[in-house]
Ligand binder design. Structure first.
Ligand code: ATP
Length: 505
């Protein structure tokens, strides 16, 4: 229990830091906000941009077999009919007849915890993303008497978690919020609707895209014809997607407006299993390489009964957030389902001609589909660290430090003059300018006590701080301080750029 409570506080502390330091703000906050929408502040936008740039660099720029694309958000509505989103992008919902809250049927769980004599210790109905989070939530909601029972019967508990749609007809599941009666499940379409043009009739209905992938499929032939790519090859896109989520929650994790980074990697059917494994492992490794510790990061292969009807295999990259283990990215073998569907609906040819084998066919596709905001949230959670360091007088002071991987850190280096006189600001500004000229995101700060300036950079997650002091004026050396080890060393002022470049690469 202690760990769960601590994690709850972690989320609160993190969101407070994000607001205070300008990572994430509530959208339209001055008007009371709007549920499911978020803004990225000055530090957050740099962090998010670095995540997107790292992805783009790795999957597009450094490869010969993937090209990029940037499609419009609003497309011909026929795209969404062919893809199945208009007919099928529905989540069955239940409404509470009392408090009017609305829930996704597959996100309401009944949790029953029994002791070894089969005596019920706790029953709870909770809203959560999956079984494990439901269990955590139920345990969190227990009163202190029940918690004592948990502690006394630690190893002998049996825990049953059932989704609402798994309950039999005569078992009733009450509202997780107020205990009221729930309606029968009803369909609810997740796509945002609008109208293109002056008239607001049914002929002008358009949708905001709920995923970036369909724009890639719709442009398959355009890209193929213009880029002269040969199978296997991929098309990548980063962009906004919109889903009218029933219940946005867990900070930015489930938003109504978010960004996706998606690859559609086309290959021959007989090579699809190989490429599926390649992308599943490569995408998992990418998160580790950018700082997500392996034990919080998981790769979950879907069971066959979990797969969408068109998919042959699917795996989720998951992260253990303070609110539970949840999906960052899904990697799926979608077969030739999407291109076939668009060929049938549009009447346009979606085949590929292999000039070696003289075969014409619709390729299979492997889709790694990630959420930018979810990746950013995982990086924020992982980076958040509290530790202690001695101040000038040797007294231990606690500090908050965001231990971002250098590649995604919003600021790479901060440059300070120790005091605002004796020529120090001039030298510091020169170093700052040299860093910028070398393409490093550098921050100049001359205000306040030096310890305070370090702490502000620790909260921003800046890997290195450079201080110009009295000695610099004499021998042209500066101190450079490492965010994580707190080690300070003296190096030549002229070496700052190469030192920083080497340390963050
Ligand atoms: P979930 O089951 O959590 O709703 P999903 O399986 O429907 O997600 P996909 O359709 O596979 O998600 O979308 C691909 C990726 O887009 C997800 O892995 C996630 O990172 C991101 N994503 C999807 N929905 C949201 C959302 N509401 N807010 C933020 N990111 C999202």
């Amino acid at each position: 229990m202690a760990a769960e409570n601590k994690d709850n506080t972690l989320m609160e502390k993190l969101s407070a830091l994000c607001k205070r330091r300008g990572f994430i703000f509530q959208s339209s906050e001055i008007y009371g906000g709007i549920n499911g929408f978020w803004d990225y502040g000055p530090l957050g936008v740099e962090l998010k941009r670095n995540v997107k740039n790292a992805w783009w660099e790795d999957v597009v720029r450094r490869r010969d077999d993937i090209v990029g694309l940037d499609c419009s958000i609003i497309m011909n509505p026929k795209v969404w009919e062919a893809s199945g989103h208009v007919g099928g992008f529905n989540d069955p919902m239940v409404d509470c007849k009392e408090c009017k809250a609305r829930f996704r049927v597959d996100k309401v769980f009944t949790v029953v915890i029994r002791d070894k004599n089969d005596g019920i210790i706790l029953t709870a109905v909770v809203e959560a993303d999956d079984e494990q989070s439901a269990l955590q939530e139920a345990r969190r909601s227990a009163n202190s008497k029940t918690r004592r029972k948990f502690a006394n019967t630690k190893d002998d508990l049996s825990e049953t978690v059932l989704r609402t749609d798994e309950l039999s007809k005569d078992e009733v599941c009450p509202c997780p919020k107020c205990g009221g009666e729930l309606t029968e499940p009803r369909q609810f379409n997740l796509m945002f609707k609008s109208h293109a043009g002056a008239s607001e009739d049914s002929a002008s209905v358009v949708y905001l895209r709920p995923e970036t992938a369909q724009g890639i499929f719709a442009n398959f032939k355009n890209v193929l014809d213009t880029s002269r790519l040969k199978l296997p090859f991929g098309i990548a896109q980063i962009g906004k997607a919109f889903r009218n989520e029933i219940n946005p929650r867990n900070y930015t994790f489930r938003s109504r407006e978010f960004e996706q980074m998606e690859i559609e990697f086309f290959c021959r059917a007989d090579e699809a299993d190989k490429w599926y494994e390649y992308w599943r492992d490569a995408r998992f490794q990418w998160y580790i390489d950018h700082g997500l510790k392996s034990e919080k990061l998981r790769l979950r292969n879907h069971e066959t009964d979990e797969l969408a009807h068109y998919a042959r295999a699917c795996a989720d990259v998951e992260y253990e957030f303070p609110f539970g283990v949840s999906e960052l990215e899904g990697i799926a073998n979608r077969t030739d389902y999407d291109l076939k569907a668009h060929q049938e609906a549009s009447g346009r040819d979606m085949t590929y001609f292999d000039d070696e084998t003289r075969e014409r066919f619709i390729p299979y596709v492997i889709e790694p589909s990630g959420g930018v905001d979810r990746a950013v949230l995982a990086f924020l959670c992982e980076a958040y660290t509290e530790d202690e360091q001695p101040d000038d007088k040797g007294k231990m002071q606690s500090r908050v430090v965001m231990k971002f991987h250098p590649r995604i850190a919003p600021i790479k280096v901060a440059v300070f003059p120790l005091v605002k006189k004796e020529g120090m600001p001039e030298v510091a500004r020169k170093i700052h300018a040299a860093c910028r000229d070398a393409g490093l995101a550098s921050f100049y700060d001359e205000k306040g006590a030096i310890g305070r300036r370090y702490r502000r950079q620790d909260e921003a997650g800046t890997p290195l701080c450079v201080t110009v002091d009295g000695q610099t004026i004499e021998d042209d050396t500066v101190t450079i301080r490492d965010r994580d080890s707190l080690l300070q060393q003296r190096i030549a002022a002229g070496d700052v750029v190469s030192f920083v470049q080497e340390r963050i690469s």
